[in-house]
Ligand binder design. Sequence first.
Ligand SMILES: Nc1ncnc2c1ncn2[C@@H]1O[C@H](COP(=O)(O)OP(=O)(O)O)[C@@H](O)[C@H]1O
Ligand SMILES: [Mg+2]
Length: 309
Amino acid sequence: MIRPGQGWTSDGAEIQVALLAPGASGQEQAEALRAIGAEANRRDAGLPAARRPVRIGTLPAKVEFTAAYEKVPEELRRPLWGLLGLGGDDVAPVGVDFAGSSPTFVVAGPPGSGRSTTLAGLAVSLLASGTRLVVLTPRESPLRALNGHPGVRLLTAQSPTAPELAAAVGSGNEPRVVLVDDADLLILPEIDQDLRALVESGRDRGVGVVAGVTGETMAGAMGWLSALKRHRRGVLLAPPECDGGRHPGRPAHPGSAAQPQTGPGPDSRPALREADQRADTSDRSRLTAAGVLQAPAAHSVSHWSKSAS
Ligand SMILES: Nc1ncnc2c1ncn2[C@@H]1O[C@H](COP(=O)(O)OP(=O)(O)O)[C@@H](O)[C@H]1O
Ligand SMILES: [Mg+2]
């Protein structure tokens, strides 16, 4: 008769699996494991953080801007750094550094996925740390609420003219970010070249560029959007894969995101880089922005590459 816990290893040794504590039921063993964890916590309470095991935090299903912004460390509260949300293993602030190696960012996703909300959070955090904004909203957008803010120039036309854009951006070197919501809806033969120039060399003038678009538009991007796409920086909200079999019962919802980043930048914290490079589907590769996430990075990154190449 074969006893519970009895087994044979592949090299032929017969073994009896050890119990963590008396009492063989699953419940008793789980309780023993909890007790061991509690004891280890107590014993190692004084250990410096670097010597402690990596802790994987639980992402909140929803997070308020102020709660997320409170966690932004002092050194990131500077011009050209904007907050996206919380994410990574330690559920820390994840943001965009427009002063980094690539001063552009794309917020891609289907309608209703939270693109305008993501841009609004970025906008508020950029303004909070002294970045001026040029906001283009070719259609109704929560960003229009920024109208009248002293740090904001708002252009609501579907076809802004070159002089309008130039005047809004200005000629100085102070940090600015051009935010375009619903970039797919801009009708822009006239300012296409100017936006492209900002994407390609705005950095020299302290100008960052971020656009909210649909994934389809990015897949077939033309004109200035294709220049933006080449920088390969952005966040993909509600990737379609999230609706499918990988997370049954956990459909993608607004604000859920994966942040693909190719090539490390000053703003890509180690956890993000690592997750991208490994591109596995373990828990460690979960990334988030703007609140929530349940996209396995590998999936979203391959999705992104598909649409970005
Ligand atoms: N980060 C978020 N957390 C929770 N709910 C969100 C978030 N972003 C968006 N939503 C919800 O989704 C709706 C659509 O968001 P919106 O930003 O307008 O999407 P889009 O611009 O992509 O069409 C919002 O009205 C809000 O209810
Ligand atoms: Mg929108």
